[in-house]
Design a protein around this ligand. Structure first.
Ligand code: AMP
Length: 572
């Protein structure tokens, strides 16, 4: 039975295991390591995930959702075709797909997982990740901070003691961490992040400038137009990683619009993104009491750190510090594969220790004599304390004959209680005495997975209450929800390739300029016809041919003659 490492990304997810002395990335059903973190529900109520769901973002935006990782730990209900899901339920579909691919690839059962989360993920978000694992039928043994995993992979590959700054810039989040790797220790020194800043922010910037340039009224765009606009922006942005100039085109209401983007133009339009990026970097350095000179290398992780304009900006800030540029998408998963090996006490890595820190201050609300309506936030565990850790503080009654003490559990850096995130509450009865004569000890214990337990003890009576915030969903509740989810149809794997092709064709049709739409419709009809006849060989052959067609349309560099030859074969 294998333990799997899962990088549950905002945009893409991937799995890794450690086998026969090396990390193995798990290919999905389409042979790719990256599975888009997208879920969609079809008209007949079937759940589809990954590549197929990603195609449906454009064709069925109301039934498809991406980037739900941002909402993990919230009560937000996401509607897909009339059914609502919590973010952890959507994540469980992605985890389930990865597990299924891994079981098939390894021909082994998998019951345990190690899952990575951004270092700044707070308690509720971590708990939601554990629940997503449980709902997918796997026990989450450990939650690892993504930068620790990335640093672990780099350290292991380079075998050099270094202080790394991990710059993990994904689709929807920026996560910056300073990690000190020495001997067998991988230690997080400080973390900082912005969970609303990612590569996708560039799409919005480009979409806005595109419609401005063409005088298109934003309000007149349908949900589909908007989805297409963002998709075209992403395509153009990605082309700018390979070329200095790229075209962005869009057809709205039968009219085609084109714009040319360059990296310089995008840099000029993205000033606010870059300055938010700089703020996050400055915070990580100052919290770690470091300067740029202390950093030995900058590790670039996350798909968006491929963007030349991002790299150029970092060069400008970091000067001569070398960059570790590997395969940005795979780095965290490779680190997780190594964590699985540490867990299994594999010889090469068995002595490695990964230490984490608490990314936020944790504390409780206390009476504010000057302004009783605005309680203070009193820290108990300070931000950037090394985990596991346990801290205790004593608090006294604030009023005469007070019969209970309410300990609020807060997370954040703000002075007043109300401005911080409320994680929970513990009420405890105390003997009625004059104010200041009764007291409680409040102990906060933060475990290695970043999950908090609060113990409150009344000094005079010894009475105590303990609350672990990870227990906000009981075993029974998880089982009940698992049963509900199991009732949903999940798209069968063997039909996935045809389904994906159909979704790709529909997207191609939606994105195409009017003069070629008829041609694309004829491909769709022919493919539908072959599917209806259920003859596997012709379906497979035609699918291969369609792959070329899609490639051809997606690539403006024409090989028209080649295509025509193929076309004749299929139309004859
Ligand atoms: P991640 O969440 O790490 O998978 O990163 C996904 C983000 O990276 C998305 O915003 C993608 O558009 C972006 N991305 C991936 N590859 C590239 C590339 N070659 N150039 C620019 N952005 C990219």
């Amino acid at each position: 039975m294998a333990v799997i490492g899962i990088d549950l990304g905002t945009t893409n997810s991937l799995g890794a295991v450690y086998k026969d002395g090396e990390v193995i990335l798990i290919p999905n059903r389409f042979g790719s390591f990256l599975t888009p973190s997208v879920v969609s529900m079809t008209e007949d109520g079937t759940i589809v995930t990954g590549e197929i769901a990603k195609e449906r973002l454009v064709t069925h935006p109301e039934a498809t959702v991406a980037s739900f990782k941002k909402d993990m730990g919230t009560e937000r209900k996401i509607n897909l075709n009339g059914r609502t899901f919590l973010p952890e339920e959507l994540s469980s579909f992605i985890i389930r797909a990865i597990l299924e691919d891994a079981r098939e690839y390894l021909k082994e059962d998998i019951e345990e997982a190690v899952i990575s989360v951004p270092a700044y993920f707070h308690d509720r978000q971590r708990v939601a990740v554990k629940q997503a694992g449980a709902l997918a039928g796997v026990s989450v043994q450990r939650i690892i901070n993504e930068p620790s995993a990335a640093a672990m992979a780099s350290y292991f590959e380079r075998n050099e003691e270094q202080i790394f700054l991990v710059f993990d810039f994904g689709g929807g989040t920026l996560d910056v961490s300073i990690v000190d790797c020495f001997d067998t220790l991988v230690e997080i020194v400080s973390v900082s992040g912005d969970n609303r800043l990612g590569g996708d922010n560039f799409h919005q910037v480009m979409a806005d400038s595109f419609i401005r340039e063409h005088g298109i009224c934003k309000e007149s765009l349908t949900a589909k137009d908007h989805a297409l606009l963002l998709r075209q922006a992403e395509k153009c942005k990605r082309r700018l990683s390979k070329a200095e100039e790229a075209e962005m085109s869009l057809t709205i209401g039968g009219i085609s619009f084109d714009s040319i983007y360059t990296n310089d133009r995008l840099t000029d339009e993205s000033g606010s993104i870059l300055s938010r990026m700089k703020n996050v970097l400055s915070r990580a350095l100052s919290d770690g009491d470091m300067t740029i000179q202390d950093i030995d290398a900058v590790i670039l992780a996350g798909g968006s750190s491929r963007m030349p304009l991002v790299q150029e900006y970092l060069r400008h800030l970091f000067g001569q510090v070398p960059f570790v540029v590997g395969n940005c998408d795979e780095l965290i998963a490779r680190g997780l594969g190594l964590v699985c090996a540490v867990k299994a006490r594999e010889e090469e890595v068995k002595d490695f220790i990964l230490t984490d820190i608490c990314p936020f201050t944790l504390g409780t609300g206390t009476y504010n004599k000057a302004d009783p309506a605005h309680s203070y936030m009193t820290p108990i565990i300070e931000r950037n304390t090394v985990l596991p850790c346990s801290r205790v503080q004593r608090f006294y009654t604030a009023a005469d004959y007070q019969k209970e003490i309410c300990i609020s559990i807060l997370q954040g850096e703000h002075t007043y209680e109300e401005d911080n995130l409320k994680l929970g509450k513990v009420h405890i009865l105390v003997p009625r005495k004059k104010k200041g004569e009764e007291a409680v000890d409040v102990r906060f214990t933060y475990d290695i997975n970043g999950i908090l337990t609060v113990d409150v003890t009344v000094i005079s009576t010894g009475r105590s209450i303990s609350k672990t915030l990870s227990q906000n969903m009981s075993r029974d509740e998880i089982e009940k929800r698992m049963k509900q989810l199991e009732k949903l149809k999940i798209h069968p794997k063997d039909l996935s390739e045809n389904r994906l092709m159909m979704e790709k064709l529909e997207t191609l049709y939606e994105e195409a300029k009017p003069d070629v739409r008829e041609q694309i419709m004829s491909y769709i009809r022919r493919f539908e016809y072959l599917l209806a006849r259920q003859n596997l060989r012709p379906i497979q052959k035609y699918r291969e041919y369609l792959e070329q067609i899609i490639e051809w349309y997606g690539n403006p560099d024409p090989f028209r003659e080649e295509q025509k030859e193929g076309e004749e074969e299929w139309t004859s």
